[in-house]
Design a protein around this ligand. Sequence first.
Ligand SMILES: [Zn+2]
Length: 202
Amino acid sequence: MIDSLVEINNPYFVVDLMYAGTKQNMTGKAVYLEIGFGNKAFVHKELWDKLIKLVPWLETHQRKVKIFDAYRPPLAHQKLREIIPQPGFFAANPATSPHCRGTAVDLCLIDENGIELEYPTLVDAYNPFYAKEVQSGNSETFFDYLKKAHHDYNEGSKQALRNRDELRELMESIGLKALPHEWWHYELPHGREDNKYPMIEY
Ligand SMILES: [Zn+2]
């Protein structure tokens, strides 16, 4: 494995990668297993240096972080894109994806029983109905649903909105950047063209 990546192996981080299984996976295929990568979360060491700073807060609040995606092998990215080629899902060029550079994580908080806190959607806006739609090429209705994943979405459960905002405050406090339209995605604040973090082959 490449020197710049660190495997997440810490009791405060539960690794359950969506593309290593099918239960919360928009593509419906366990692509990480198919390519022999498995359920392993690697991140750029600079990203891990920030994530580890969450531990005192997690300990105090009896929370853990559940990791749904981290470093994504470019081969996996390519296979995911073959399943869902519509624009707005998987970047055409994996070199521009922060997941393929090890600089992004998809996550949420879980409680002491391992139960996910309530958020406006599941991670990745997963929904079994829309997953089937998207897999058959219909993404229009899903994009309407995806409004709920925006940080400025302001309807529905107040608790879900509070949990989303708390997560953002927490992740920004350790120096990570949010994406406006995916409440679960956080990344090192580098530009898409920054050569310091190239795509990593597995
Ligand atoms: Zn992501």
